[in-house]
Write a protein that binds this ligand. Structure first.
Ligand code: ATP
Length: 254
Protein backbone atom coordinates (compact mmCIF):
# COMPACT_ATOMS: atom_id res chain seq x y z
CA UNK A 1 0.00 0.00 0.00
CA UNK A 2 1.47 3.36 -0.96
CA UNK A 3 2.24 5.87 1.75
CA UNK A 4 0.07 8.65 0.34
CA UNK A 5 -3.02 6.46 0.23
CA UNK A 6 -3.65 6.09 3.93
CA UNK A 7 -2.94 9.65 4.99
CA UNK A 8 -4.75 12.86 4.13
CA UNK A 9 -2.95 14.89 1.50
CA UNK A 10 -3.82 18.37 2.82
CA UNK A 11 -3.84 19.95 6.26
CA UNK A 12 -5.02 17.70 9.04
CA UNK A 13 -8.46 18.67 10.40
CA UNK A 14 -8.96 15.87 12.91
CA UNK A 15 -6.23 13.75 14.49
CA UNK A 16 -7.14 10.69 16.49
CA UNK A 17 -4.19 9.15 18.27
CA UNK A 18 -4.06 5.85 20.17
CA UNK A 19 -7.79 5.96 20.90
CA UNK A 20 -9.15 3.36 23.31
CA UNK A 21 -12.84 3.14 24.30
CA UNK A 22 -13.89 0.76 27.05
CA UNK A 23 -17.26 -0.11 28.50
CA UNK A 24 -16.37 -1.84 31.76
CA UNK A 25 -14.47 -4.94 30.69
CA UNK A 26 -15.28 -4.54 26.98
CA UNK A 27 -12.59 -2.84 24.88
CA UNK A 28 -14.67 -1.56 21.94
CA UNK A 29 -11.86 0.52 20.39
CA UNK A 30 -8.37 -0.77 21.03
CA UNK A 31 -5.89 1.83 19.84
CA UNK A 32 -6.99 3.63 16.67
CA UNK A 33 -5.00 6.30 14.83
CA UNK A 34 -6.86 8.33 12.22
CA UNK A 35 -6.13 11.61 10.48
CA UNK A 36 -8.78 13.36 8.44
CA UNK A 37 -7.79 16.21 6.18
CA UNK A 38 -9.90 19.31 5.61
CA UNK A 39 -12.62 18.47 3.10
CA UNK A 40 -11.64 14.82 2.92
CA UNK A 41 -14.12 11.91 2.83
CA UNK A 42 -13.22 8.78 4.77
CA UNK A 43 -15.26 5.57 4.91
CA UNK A 44 -15.13 3.03 7.72
CA UNK A 45 -16.61 -0.41 7.14
CA UNK A 46 -16.56 -3.57 9.20
CA UNK A 47 -18.70 -6.18 10.91
CA UNK A 48 -21.16 -5.62 13.75
CA UNK A 49 -19.47 -4.94 17.05
CA UNK A 50 -16.20 -3.82 15.42
CA UNK A 51 -16.20 -0.57 17.38
CA UNK A 52 -17.23 1.81 14.58
CA UNK A 53 -20.01 3.54 16.51
CA UNK A 54 -17.79 3.79 19.58
CA UNK A 55 -15.08 5.47 17.50
CA UNK A 56 -17.51 8.07 16.12
CA UNK A 57 -18.99 8.60 19.59
CA UNK A 58 -15.54 9.28 21.03
CA UNK A 59 -14.70 11.77 18.27
CA UNK A 60 -18.06 13.49 18.89
CA UNK A 61 -17.35 13.70 22.62
CA UNK A 62 -20.32 11.48 23.51
CA UNK A 63 -18.18 8.79 25.11
CA UNK A 64 -14.98 9.53 26.98
CA UNK A 65 -11.93 7.62 25.71
CA UNK A 66 -10.04 5.48 28.23
CA UNK A 67 -6.81 6.41 26.45
CA UNK A 68 -5.67 8.40 23.46
CA UNK A 69 -6.51 11.83 22.11
CA UNK A 70 -8.77 13.55 19.60
CA UNK A 71 -7.62 16.91 18.26
CA UNK A 72 -9.39 19.29 15.89
CA UNK A 73 -7.02 21.69 14.14
CA UNK A 74 -4.46 20.89 16.83
CA UNK A 75 -6.82 21.57 19.72
CA UNK A 76 -7.57 18.64 22.07
CA UNK A 77 -11.28 17.93 22.57
CA UNK A 78 -10.80 16.24 25.96
CA UNK A 79 -12.91 17.83 28.66
CA UNK A 80 -14.99 19.99 26.30
CA UNK A 81 -18.78 20.08 26.74
CA UNK A 82 -20.71 18.53 23.84
CA UNK A 83 -21.84 21.92 22.60
CA UNK A 84 -18.20 23.07 22.52
CA UNK A 85 -17.20 20.00 20.51
CA UNK A 86 -19.92 21.00 18.02
CA UNK A 87 -18.55 24.56 18.00
CA UNK A 88 -15.15 23.11 17.06
CA UNK A 89 -16.85 21.87 13.91
CA UNK A 90 -17.73 18.26 14.71
CA UNK A 91 -21.24 16.99 13.93
CA UNK A 92 -22.67 13.47 14.10
CA UNK A 93 -25.72 11.96 12.43
CA UNK A 94 -26.13 8.90 14.65
CA UNK A 95 -27.33 5.46 13.63
CA UNK A 96 -31.13 5.52 13.67
CA UNK A 97 -30.97 9.30 13.05
CA UNK A 98 -32.12 10.35 16.53
CA UNK A 99 -34.88 12.58 15.21
CA UNK A 100 -37.19 13.86 17.95
CA UNK A 101 -40.44 12.45 16.62
CA UNK A 102 -42.81 14.50 18.76
CA UNK A 103 -41.05 17.77 17.91
CA UNK A 104 -41.85 19.50 14.64
CA UNK A 105 -39.52 19.51 11.66
CA UNK A 106 -38.75 23.16 12.42
CA UNK A 107 -37.98 22.44 16.08
CA UNK A 108 -35.65 19.60 15.09
CA UNK A 109 -33.80 21.93 12.72
CA UNK A 110 -33.51 24.68 15.32
CA UNK A 111 -31.95 22.17 17.72
CA UNK A 112 -29.16 21.61 15.20
CA UNK A 113 -28.31 25.31 15.29
CA UNK A 114 -28.34 25.58 19.11
CA UNK A 115 -24.55 25.89 19.52
CA UNK A 116 -24.37 28.75 17.00
CA UNK A 117 -24.07 32.35 18.04
CA UNK A 118 -24.46 34.04 14.65
CA UNK A 119 -27.56 35.69 13.24
CA UNK A 120 -28.02 33.71 10.02
CA UNK A 121 -29.78 30.62 11.42
CA UNK A 122 -33.20 31.60 10.04
CA UNK A 123 -31.73 32.15 6.57
CA UNK A 124 -29.97 28.78 6.74
CA UNK A 125 -33.22 27.05 7.73
CA UNK A 126 -34.96 28.76 4.79
CA UNK A 127 -32.25 27.34 2.55
CA UNK A 128 -32.94 23.83 3.93
CA UNK A 129 -36.61 24.29 3.01
CA UNK A 130 -35.64 25.48 -0.46
CA UNK A 131 -33.36 22.46 -0.96
CA UNK A 132 -35.87 20.00 0.58
CA UNK A 133 -39.36 21.30 -0.17
CA UNK A 134 -40.98 18.34 1.61
CA UNK A 135 -39.38 19.51 4.88
CA UNK A 136 -40.71 23.03 4.24
CA UNK A 137 -44.21 21.75 3.57
CA UNK A 138 -44.12 19.79 6.82
CA UNK A 139 -42.24 22.30 8.94
CA UNK A 140 -45.01 22.41 11.57
CA UNK A 141 -45.72 18.69 11.63
CA UNK A 142 -44.19 16.21 14.08
CA UNK A 143 -40.99 14.86 12.55
CA UNK A 144 -42.11 11.35 13.51
CA UNK A 145 -44.66 11.53 10.68
CA UNK A 146 -41.93 11.77 8.03
CA UNK A 147 -40.82 8.71 6.07
CA UNK A 148 -37.48 7.09 6.94
CA UNK A 149 -35.77 8.78 3.99
CA UNK A 150 -37.21 12.18 4.89
CA UNK A 151 -36.07 11.71 8.48
CA UNK A 152 -32.56 10.91 7.26
CA UNK A 153 -32.55 14.11 5.18
CA UNK A 154 -33.81 16.01 8.22
CA UNK A 155 -31.10 14.48 10.41
CA UNK A 156 -28.39 15.49 7.92
CA UNK A 157 -29.85 18.99 7.47
CA UNK A 158 -30.06 19.36 11.26
CA UNK A 159 -26.41 18.37 11.65
CA UNK A 160 -25.38 20.75 8.85
CA UNK A 161 -27.05 23.63 10.69
CA UNK A 162 -24.23 23.52 13.23
CA UNK A 163 -21.92 24.45 10.30
CA UNK A 164 -19.54 21.52 10.79
CA UNK A 165 -16.07 21.11 9.36
CA UNK A 166 -16.41 17.35 9.85
CA UNK A 167 -19.77 15.63 9.39
CA UNK A 168 -19.84 12.06 10.70
CA UNK A 169 -22.62 9.67 9.70
CA UNK A 170 -23.29 6.28 11.28
CA UNK A 171 -24.98 3.90 8.83
CA UNK A 172 -26.76 6.58 6.75
CA UNK A 173 -28.24 4.02 4.35
CA UNK A 174 -29.58 1.63 6.99
CA UNK A 175 -33.19 0.62 6.40
CA UNK A 176 -33.65 2.85 3.34
CA UNK A 177 -34.74 1.81 -0.16
CA UNK A 178 -31.99 1.97 -2.81
CA UNK A 179 -33.55 5.01 -4.55
CA UNK A 180 -33.58 6.89 -1.23
CA UNK A 181 -29.99 5.82 -0.55
CA UNK A 182 -29.11 7.35 -3.94
CA UNK A 183 -30.56 10.65 -2.73
CA UNK A 184 -28.77 10.49 0.61
CA UNK A 185 -25.43 9.90 -1.11
CA UNK A 186 -26.14 12.60 -3.68
CA UNK A 187 -26.63 14.97 -0.74
CA UNK A 188 -23.41 13.79 0.90
CA UNK A 189 -21.59 14.45 -2.38
CA UNK A 190 -22.95 18.01 -2.39
CA UNK A 191 -21.90 18.52 1.22
CA UNK A 192 -18.43 17.30 0.40
CA UNK A 193 -18.27 19.65 -2.57
CA UNK A 194 -18.84 22.51 -0.10
CA UNK A 195 -15.53 21.56 1.57
CA UNK A 196 -16.97 19.73 4.58
CA UNK A 197 -15.00 16.63 5.57
CA UNK A 198 -16.99 13.40 5.90
CA UNK A 199 -16.46 10.34 8.06
CA UNK A 200 -18.99 7.70 7.06
CA UNK A 201 -19.54 4.37 8.80
CA UNK A 202 -21.39 2.00 6.47
CA UNK A 203 -22.43 -1.62 6.15
CA UNK A 204 -22.91 -0.78 2.48
CA UNK A 205 -19.24 -0.62 1.50
CA UNK A 206 -19.88 0.03 -2.20
CA UNK A 207 -21.86 3.19 -1.45
CA UNK A 208 -19.35 4.58 1.00
CA UNK A 209 -16.36 3.66 -1.16
CA UNK A 210 -17.86 5.50 -4.15
CA UNK A 211 -17.84 8.69 -2.06
CA UNK A 212 -14.61 8.29 -0.12
CA UNK A 213 -11.03 9.38 -0.72
CA UNK A 214 -9.80 6.84 1.81
CA UNK A 215 -11.27 3.81 3.50
CA UNK A 216 -10.59 1.83 6.65
CA UNK A 217 -11.81 -1.64 7.54
CA UNK A 218 -12.38 -1.97 11.28
CA UNK A 219 -12.60 -5.27 13.10
CA UNK A 220 -12.46 -6.04 16.82
CA UNK A 221 -11.58 -2.51 17.79
CA UNK A 222 -8.73 -1.87 15.34
CA UNK A 223 -8.21 -0.92 11.70
CA UNK A 224 -7.19 -4.04 9.83
CA UNK A 225 -6.93 -2.43 6.36
CA UNK A 226 -6.49 1.18 5.27
CA UNK A 227 -5.98 2.73 1.85
CA UNK A 228 -7.87 4.16 -1.07
CA UNK A 229 -11.26 2.54 -1.68
CA UNK A 230 -9.83 0.99 -4.87
CA UNK A 231 -6.91 -0.54 -2.99
CA UNK A 232 -9.11 -1.83 -0.20
CA UNK A 233 -11.80 -3.19 -2.53
CA UNK A 234 -9.33 -5.30 -4.49
CA UNK A 235 -7.22 -6.31 -1.47
CA UNK A 236 -7.09 -10.09 -1.14
CA UNK A 237 -7.97 -9.81 2.55
CA UNK A 238 -10.91 -7.42 2.06
CA UNK A 239 -13.72 -9.97 2.27
CA UNK A 240 -12.27 -11.56 5.39
CA UNK A 241 -11.75 -8.17 7.04
CA UNK A 242 -15.16 -6.86 6.01
CA UNK A 243 -16.94 -9.88 7.42
CA UNK A 244 -14.90 -9.85 10.61
CA UNK A 245 -12.43 -12.71 10.32
CA UNK A 246 -9.53 -12.08 12.71
CA UNK A 247 -6.63 -10.26 11.08
CA UNK A 248 -3.46 -8.46 12.05
CA UNK A 249 -3.97 -4.70 12.60
CA UNK A 250 -2.45 -2.33 10.04
CA UNK A 251 0.74 -0.63 11.09
CA UNK A 252 0.88 3.16 11.31
CA UNK A 253 -1.74 5.84 11.17
CA UNK A 254 -4.74 5.86 8.86
P1 ATP B 1 -22.72 -2.12 15.04
O1 ATP B 1 -22.58 -2.01 13.58
O2 ATP B 1 -23.36 -3.41 15.47
O3 ATP B 1 -23.30 -0.91 15.71
P2 ATP B 1 -20.08 -1.21 15.72
O4 ATP B 1 -18.95 -1.61 14.85
O5 ATP B 1 -20.62 0.14 15.56
O6 ATP B 1 -21.24 -2.29 15.60
P3 ATP B 1 -19.96 -0.64 18.54
O7 ATP B 1 -21.42 -0.35 18.55
O8 ATP B 1 -19.02 0.45 18.73
O9 ATP B 1 -19.58 -1.43 17.21
O10 ATP B 1 -19.71 -1.77 19.64
C1 ATP B 1 -18.39 -2.28 19.90
C2 ATP B 1 -18.48 -3.19 21.12
O11 ATP B 1 -18.79 -2.41 22.27
C3 ATP B 1 -19.54 -4.26 21.02
O12 ATP B 1 -19.05 -5.41 21.68
C4 ATP B 1 -20.70 -3.67 21.79
O13 ATP B 1 -21.50 -4.68 22.35
C5 ATP B 1 -19.98 -2.89 22.87
N1 ATP B 1 -20.74 -1.72 23.32
C6 ATP B 1 -21.14 -0.67 22.53
N2 ATP B 1 -21.78 0.26 23.26
C7 ATP B 1 -21.79 -0.19 24.55
C8 ATP B 1 -22.29 0.31 25.78
N3 ATP B 1 -22.91 1.49 25.85
N4 ATP B 1 -22.11 -0.45 26.89
C9 ATP B 1 -21.47 -1.63 26.82
N5 ATP B 1 -20.96 -2.16 25.70
C10 ATP B 1 -21.12 -1.47 24.57
Amino acid sequence: MTDHSDKPSGDSLVEVCGLVVRYGGIAAVQGVDLRIGAGEAVAIVGPNGAGKTSLLSAIAGIVRPSAGTVEVSGRPLAGLALSDVVRQGIALVPEGRNIFGSLTVMENLRLGATPRRDASVAADIDRVFADFPILGERRDQPAGQLSGGEQQMLAIARAMLSKPRLLMLDEPSLGLAPTIVDKVYELLGQIRAQGVALLVVEQNAARAFALADRACVMSRGVFTLTGTPEEIGRHEAFDAAYFGVAMTPTAGAA
